[in-house]
Design a protein around this ligand. Structure first.
Ligand SMILES: Cc1cc2nc3c(=O)[nH]c(=O)nc-3n(C[C@H](O)[C@H](O)[C@H](O)COP(=O)(O)O)c2cc1C
Length: 356
């Protein structure tokens, strides 16, 4: 019997050579101007045997930058930098989707290196601390509420970012709708106290996220647009209770577009069966993530709950994760201290299994 894990599958316009996806991971190593560096190109090249790489969260516009040294996709230099990343991944036969992450209110203004508004659905601060330029967690900046008439322009920033990603040769884009960033704060009642048609009912709270997905799909074709969700995730001050109504409104609002894939970070809550829920509201391909083991990944694929499986931390120390799974080789452990700092150290210096 063929092992489903290593069999090809389609995500919209993309044909993945296997079903192992590299989950998006912020690594805080962009160069001046938030431009991807040659070291970043090397990091992604090393991991290009994944069926699909999803990049670290990348800001679609200056207002979207919240963390230290995250890359952008809104300047010509950033597009050139990503072009070198895409070229490196394609040279190894891989595919790459760019995660568009607008941090919304999860912003430390000092991390930016330039001045830009901190924007959110409502003028409510992010309650968690966020690392500042020296890595020490500090209170995030106070956001201002986006005005109703500004929202189409913010959706257009995402659409332009998607066009820029394609101009750089990136194969697809993934909208970050989780973890208390801009899109998630519109969906969640703890951060969205709006009184216009973008706040209140679950349908209203899903309206702006749907507008953004549609704008991205119109810009580059829905078959190159993915969406990442994590229903019930409390990160950055989100109310985790009762995720079903608003995520049903979101998924029902975009399912007909024919998007490339849905990337689900499953919270594995005993009160809410996320995977059963998404299968009811999503007819396209699904990649499932969170704390998977090889065995669990195989079970999800065999049971039809997932079309692909996504690994984050395992890809940090195992650039050849796919080959290791194929060979049944042991996995190396990543050093936590280098998740967000270290240039090459803890980033591009992990050997492959055969080299080790
Ligand atoms: C260092 C690090 C950075 C991360 N950055 C992002 C990010 O930019 N966007 C995102 O959606 N998830 C991010 N995540 C979450 C991962 O994509 C993934 O969902 C999580 O690590 C769970 O998967 P795993 O158990 O396979 O590691 C990050 C995780 C880690 C460890």
């Amino acid at each position: 019997m063929t092992d489903k894990l290593f069999s090809p599958t389609s995500f919209g316009a993309l044909t993945l050579s296997n079903r192992i996806v590299m989950s998006p991971m912020t690594r805080d190593r962009a160069g001046p101007g938030d431009v991807p560096t040659a070291t970043m190109a090397e990091y992604y090249r090393q991991r290009a045997t994944a069926g699909l790489i999803v990049t670290e969260g990348t800001q679609p516009c200056p207002e979207g930058k919240g963390y230290w040294r995250t890359p952008g996709i809104h300047s010509a230099e950033q597009v050139d930098g990503w072009g070198r990343v895409a070229e490196a991944v394609h040279a190894e036969g891989g595919l790459i989707s760019m995660q568009l992450m607008h941090c919304g209110r999860a912003v430390v203004a000092d991390n930016r290196g330039f001045k830009a508004d901190v924007v959110a659905p409502s003028a409510l601060p992010c309650p968690s601390l966020i690392p500042g330029p020296d890595g020490v967690p500090v209170t995030p900046s106070m956001p201002r509420a986006l005005r109703t008439e500004e929202l189409p322009a913010v959706a257009e920033q995402y659409a332009q970012a998607a066009r820029n990603a394609r101009a750089a040769g990136i194969d697809a884009v993934e909208l970050h709708c989780s973890s208390g960033y801009l899109i998630n704060t519109f969906l969640n009642p703890a951060s969205n106290h709006r009184e216009d048609e973008f706040g209140g009912s679950p349908e209203n709270r899903a309206r702006f996220p749907i507008m953004v997905v549609k704008a991205m799909a119109e810009a580059i074709g829905a078959d190159r647009v993915g969406v990442r969700i994590s229903p019930g995730n409390p990160y950055n001050g989100m109310d985790p209770s009762d995720p079903a109504p608003v995520f049903a409104a979101l998924l029902d609002g975009i399912d007909g577009l024919g998007c490339a894939y849905l990337h689900v970070l499953d919270m594995q809550s005993p009160d809410f069966d996320t995977l059963q829920f998404v299968r009811r509201h999503w007819s396209g391909p699904i990649a499932v993530n969170n704390m998977l083991t090889l065995e669990k990944a195989r079970t999800l694929l065999a049971g039809g709950q997932a079309d692909a499986v996504s690994f984050g931390r395992a890809f940090i120390a195992n650039p050849d994760l796919v080959a290791r799974f194929q060979a049944g080789a042991p996995l190396a452990q990543a050093s936590l201290e280098h998740y967000y700092v270290g240039e090459e150290k803890g980033y591009t210096d992990y050997p492959t299994y055969t080299a080790a």
